[in-house]
Write a protein that binds this ligand. Structure first.
Ligand code: TGC
Ligand code: FAD
Length: 387
């Protein structure tokens, strides 16, 4: 957080190592990402392979995992990196979190030694890209209803079905795919050059345009028994990965919010209305103050959850508190900042509306706001209201 927006000295809660990693991620975001984002967003195309290698060289892919070429850093360092990358664009953070928290984490946590050594070092270096296929066209919030299935054929598995809205899908080298089997939901590491696998890109998105989003189609994809993730059984496998990615979003969303607020503070100081700076009006200051308070609260919450994660006590409903609050506040901040920039707020010359549009996806993916309300509601009441 820049000095001017860090009203409560969040920095005093961070270690030197965490501050250093944040600085590395911020420099990359400022120098490599930020200048190109308006163009990538407008053209809806990103140099995903180059970016993955550059992020890998900085140690930002799977950075909270240990061994296999991963940096082995703590959760707060990982969260701060997500925050800085998302300050550039939520789509960039998606690239990082799908690679590290979903695809790599699934292989790291549930994979065989052979799967880990085959994929993780290359994925940490950004030389191989991963995606994570859980959502289906008819089953998003309720992945337990999935239709994608895998059946045994001798020692092999035959995979059929489809996944929808899959980040990195068309550029991935390996897809972690969750499928219904005779033994319940199981995960598979599917090399994307396997015959019968295809990943058409989803176009005409109005949000997260600087991110590859795809459908995955499995048409009698034959996989050897070694493709099965041996340690994941049932829905708790994929849901365990979601906890990791949601944690990154708790921090990341605050990056998008900070970028909007920084833009609005600067803009309000420069913009003259009725013969004096917009920032000198009480109405503007009330908006800026309220947004800064929510930003500071959100970052404090993120750091607190990070410390719980460090101790190994972080519970899924606590991650839901962070994801629900911080994304909801981030989108509110982005929209309020847009009002301060008024007409300029709708222009791609400024990052505010791009962040606001991106945050619509962030509000939906990794569990919608409603899903997180229901997770928290269940923790409060003991009653499951999902069904
Ligand atoms: P339910 O019966 O409650 O649980 C089934 C099994 O899973 C266990 N479990 C969890 N385990 C780990 N972490 C969690 N957060 C868990 N929540 C539940 C549970 O203990 C049980 O285990 P077992 O051993 O008894 O079988 O499951 P349900 O079918 O009622 O569903 C619960 C619900 C609705 C909360 C869950 O399905 C859910 O979270 N839905 C939202 C789906 C979602 O978030 N999808 C995200 C897809 S990936 C993505 O969006 C990537 S976006 C790109 C980016 O990140 O940038
Ligand atoms: P639905 O589940 O159809 O929900 C529709 C509405 O109903 C929502 O408002 C929801 O909150 C509400 N609702 C659902 N259930 C209940 C209930 N029990 N009570 C009350 N209200 C309810 N998925 C992946 O697997 N991998 C990815 O990499 C990935 N990347 C994504 C990238 C983008 C840009 C987007 C937009 C999505 C991505 N997703 C990914 C999918 C994402 O996780 C799903 O969109 C999300 O889980 C919601 O599912 P749905 O869109 O099918 O909505």
């Amino acid at each position: 957080m820049t000095v001017s927006l860090d009203l409560v000295d969040v920095d005093s809660l961070l270690t030197e190592e965490e501050v250093a990693i944040r600085a590395t991620a911020r420099r990359f975001a400022d120098e490599r990402l930020r200048p190109s984002l308006p163009e990538w967003f407008e053209s809806a195309s990103i140099p995903a392979r180059d970016l993955a290698k550059e992020l890998g060289a900085l140690g930002l892919l799977g950075m909270h995992l240990t061994g296999y070429g991963c940096a082995g850093l703590g959760p707060v360092a990982y969260g701060l990196a997500c925050l800085e990358i998302e300050a550039a664009d939520s789509g960039m953070r998606s690239l990082v979190s799908v690679q590290g928290s979903l695809a790599m984490y699934a292989l790291w946590k549930y994979g065989s030694e052979e799967q880990k050594t085959e994929w993780l070092p290359r994925m940490a270096a950004g030389e191989a890209i991963g995606c994570f296929g859980l959502t289906e066209p008819d089953f998003g919030s309720n992945p337990g209803g999935m239709r994608t299935n895998a059946r045994r054929d001798g020692d092999d598995w035959i995979l059929n079905g489809s996944k929808m809205w899959i980040t990195n899908g068309s550029v991935a080298d390996v897809a972690v795919v969750w499928a219904r089997t005779d033994e319940g939901v199981r995960g598979f590491a599917v090399p994307t050059d396997t015959p019968g696998f295809s990943a058409p890109e989803i176009t005409r998105k109005l949000s997260l345009r600087a991110s590859v989003t795809s459908e995955l189609i499995f048409d009698d994809v034959r996989l050897p028994s070694s493709a099965l993730l041996p340690q994941a059984r049932g829905l708790s496998g994929p849901l365990g990965c979601l906890n990791e990615a949601r944690f990154g979003i708790v921090f990341g969303a605050m990056g998008a919010a900070r970028d909007c607020l920084e833009t609005a503070v600067t803009y309000a100081a420069q913009r003259q209305v009725f013969d004096k700076p917009l920032s000198a009006y009480q109405l503007t200051q009330a908006k800026l103050a309220d947004m800064a308070v929510e930003l500071n609260k959100g970052i404090l919450l993120a750091v607190h959850l990070g410390r719980l994660k460090e101790k190994g006590t972080l519970r899924p409903e606590q991650v839901s508190v962070g994801k629900l609050n911080n994304v909801r506040e981030a989108i509110a901040i982005a929209r309020e900042c847009r009002t301060i920039l008024a007409a300029n707020g709708i222009s791609g010359e400024y990052p505010v509306m791009r962040h606001a549009n991106n945050l619509e996806s962030v509000l939906t993916y990794e569990g919608t706001s409603e899903v997180h309300q229901l997770v928290i509601g269940q923790a409060l009441t003991g009653e499951s209201a999902f069904r």
